[in-house]
Design a protein around this ligand. Structure first.
Ligand code: GLA
Length: 745
């Protein structure tokens, strides 16, 4: 059992292979956090938190003359407002009698094998062999409010999950103004914070910064996890790099408005509070009702950022993604969006499919524009019936012909949205989120459906289920193309309007749960204007998510780099698109575009008719190469070898679990004259083993590039490749690239 309760010391210790987490039930029944970090024995670490009397820190009533215990400086497992802890609170509640705050005291705990489930929310799975659950109940004696803290301990994966259930056990109505998933206090250490900010078409830009005293927050109030702040924060020590240093990750399993607060307190301690954003949020609990706060995934390692990432990759693949496609080879796809935008008909699509099939592509994705009067992005969202002018003969005729070419068929939808100019909106204007008496703010000239409504969800379920049952559709791209504003639900009373945003998310999850259960063989790809909802919550249902609307391979290097801190390659939708690139106007060699897209779920998004014969042959080779290395690329252990901007290249590596194979990919982002090639130190190899350079692919280099490496012949020791590095060819030209495949001999 990975959870140990010591009745003498009153500690509860969570042990994973390499980490320890400990809490203590103090004599006053205040649940105190003691430790999270490298694995240590389960003995009490109470001495780490000695009694301290610091001026102006209030004390619990029972202590009075003894002033050496204050909630204001002691580490907490779940912080609540208005009871002597002035740092950021996870719980901010008031009851109908006007009582703000909760004096939470320990009321009991239970340890059970297996993993808890969360009502209506995505969370990690796991059986009795992979996980144990700790549930600790805290109670406020005055209001009767109860908080059940949940901990899932995944021993082998070194991951601890957290969540909370808040129950109104009193007699008065309670309103939650904030109900975060967790508090984590780190009273020791000198931490920096890494987070992933961005904007549309430029998601997950990694930023690392010193912490300042006071609060720093990352989050979203857009109703989606957002392009702007991914729900993932890492604290790491100053020296932490890819291969060394302490790092701690906090990843909410949530796709709506979220917030992670990081506060440095008066004594230099760091508090993290993470969960649903309190902005525009409140939740009413009648007596006996329960609110469930989403899960967060915690991981700690002293072995650097690379090890932390691999921990998340493994965990997400093992316990978050439930799709059968998780482990299956995904088809190489072609998407018609950047090839045609709205300007297509069946003939054009079939022409794309025919040429794509000839190049080895396996799936045609019909993107936006196939339904209703959708000739541009101003209309018809909600009218999910085929546009017979564009698809003459209907969907089945098209699918049959696509299938006859040997391709599967997939389709785009944006179910959560409605256009004003649509039959759906004309029939149900009240289904959209709008504030009565006010004109709504528009985004892409569309409105957001109130997914908190049962009637909206059943309409969508019936519509989508009919589409999938009546036609041979094997893939769905589920898009969501605007931020949420004017959040007001016509079915909620005034005092419950603060619930509309989270009820929306619960509705989305319920619909996705039903659909993915009913159609488990469909490959579902998530999307939100690219990567605007790329998070662990969505990954529960979508084994892959379109990473960004920016398909420029050079920009993608940074976006993919940032995304790999938390998410595995097999989840990142990535396509080779046409050049000059539609977002940046940049031209990157076709070969380099493929090298970048291969470290994602590989596909194309261009019109093959516009490629030359030579380019089509090149694509054929790319697909063959991708398939040959599929397992390594998609399932291998991922190592970042460079950081954006610091080198004149970006390089990364995938290594097989048994370390018998490694694939290094490199793109020169800035070519300089008269120099040797880049020297790259590899990672994750067996230092005792010898590796042969089996294959070398050079892409997009000019004739005067020089290559000294001899694929098939050169043999290196694993240690030398890691400690000295391999000297790469001298590559010249605009954005040349290389892939080096090593096999243990
Ligand atoms: C979003 C997606 C794109 C494309 C368009 C269609 O922007 O991210 O890939 O599907 O919508 O409107």
């Amino acid at each position: 059992m990975s959870i140990i309760y010591d009745p003498k010391d009153k500690t509860i210790t969570l042990q994973t292979l390499n980490t320890t987490y400990q809490m203590e039930i103090t004599p006053l029944n205040i649940l105190r956090h003691l430790y999270y970090g490298r694995r240590i024995p389960a003995a009490s670490q109470a001495a780490l938190m000695p009694a301290l009397d610091i001026g102006y820190t209030p004390n619990p009533y029972e202590l009075r003359v003894e002033r050496d215990f204050s909630r204001d400086i002691q580490p907490s497992e779940y912080s609540a407002a208005n009871t002597g802890d002035f740092r950021v609170a996870a719980l901010d509640a008031r009851d109908a009698r006007g009582r703000y705050g909760d004096d939470l005291r320990y009321a009991g705990h239970a340890i059970t094998p297996g993993k808890y489930a969360l009502e209506g929310l995505p969370c990690a799975g796991g059986d009795e062999d992979s996980c144990d659950t700790l549930s600790v109940t805290l109670r406020d004696a005055a209001t009767g409010l109860e908080v059940e803290l949940l901990y899932g301990v995944y021993e082998a994966e070194d991951v601890i999950t957290r969540a909370a259930r808040i129950r109104n056990g009193g007699e008065a109505r309670v309103t939650l103004e904030r109900a975060a998933s967790m508090t984590l206090d780190m009273p020791y250490g000198d931490w920096q914070m890494i987070h992933f900010h961005g904007r549309h078409a430029m998601e997950r830009q990694m930023e690392r910064a010193d912490l300042i005293h006071g609060l720093q927050s990352i989050g979203s109030s857009r109703g989606a996890s957002s392009h702007h702040h991914n729900p993932f924060v890492i604290l790491c020590d100053r020296e932490a790099g890819e291969e060394c240093g302490e790092c701690l990750g906090v990843m909410p399993v949530y796709s709506g408005s979220h917030r992670t607060d990081v506060e440095v307190d008066q004594l230099g301690g760091v508090r993290v509070v993470s969960g649903i954003s309190p902005e525009l949020f409140s939740w009413t609990l009648e007596p006996g009702e329960t609110f469930t706060a989403p899960e967060a995934l915690l991981a700690f390692t002293h072995e650097g950022l690379g090890a932390l990432s691999r921990r998340y990759h493994r965990f997400i693949r093992r316990h978050i993604i439930k799709s059968a496609w998780n482990r299956r080879p995904r088809p190489v796809l072609i998407n018609n969006w950047e090839a045609t935008y709205f300007d297509f008909d069946s003939d054009k699509l079939l022409e794309i499919a025919r040429r794509a099939a000839d190049m080895g592509v396996e799936l045609l994705v019909l993107d936006d524009g196939w339904f209703g009067q959708r000739c541009d992005d101003n209309r018809a969202l909600g009218d999910w019936t085929v546009n017979a002018d564009k698809l003459r003969g209907g969907l089945d005729r098209l699918i049959e012909r696509v299938n006859a070419l040997g391709l599967r068929f997939g389709i785009w939808m944006e179910p959560e949205m409605v256009s004003e100019d649509s039959d759906l909106y004309r029939a149900h204007p009240d289904w959209a989120l709008t504030v009565p008496g006010r004109r709504p703010t528009m985004g892409r000239n569309q409105l957001v459906l109130d997914m908190g409504r049962e009637d909206v969800r059943s309409y969508l379920y019936d519509t989508i289920a009919a589409l999938l049952s009546n036609h041979h559709i094997e893939y769905v791209k589920w898009d969501m193309n605007r931020s949420m504003t004017d959040i007001y639900s016509r079915i909620l009373p005034p005092e419950r309007q603060g619930e509309a945003g989270h009820r929306y998310m619960l509705g989305v999850y319920e619909l996705l749960e039903r659909l993915t259960d009913a159609f488990p063989e469909v490959l579902w790809e998530g999307c939100a204007g690219g990567g605007g909802r790329f998070d662990a919550g969505m990954l529960r249902y979508f084994p892959q998510i379109w990473l960004s609307d920016d398909t420029d391979a050079l920009e993608r290097l940074t976006i993919q780099h940032g995304s790999t801190y938390g998410y595995p390659v097999s989840t990142m939708g990535a396509h080779v698109s046409a050049c000059p690139n539609h977002q940046t106007g940049r031209t990157v060699p076709l070969g380099t575009r493929a090298v970048v897209a291969m470290s994602g779920t590989f596909g194309y998004e261009l019109d093959p008719a516009r490629l030359t014969d030579a380019e089509r042959a090149q694509v054929r080779d790319q697909i063959a190469r991708f398939k040959g290395w599929y397992d390594l690329l998609q399932n291998g252990d991922y190592y970042r070898l460079t950081v954006p901007g610091a080198d004149r290249c970006m390089a990364w590596e995938q290594v097989s679990a048994d370390r018998s194979e490694a694939l290094v990919s490199l793109v020169i982002t800035h070519t300089v004259p008269n120099t040797r090639g880049v020297r790259l130190r590899l990672r994750g190899l067996d230092p005792e083993a010898r590796y042969r350079l089996d294959a070398l692919a050079l892409e997009g280099c000019t004739a005067h590039s020089r290559c000294q490496l001899r694929p098939g012949q050169d043999i290196f020791s694993g240690a030398a490749l890691m400690y000295a590095g391999v000297l790469l060819p001298q590559l010249y030209g605009d954005y040349p690239s290389a892939q080096l495949h090593f096999t243990r001999v």
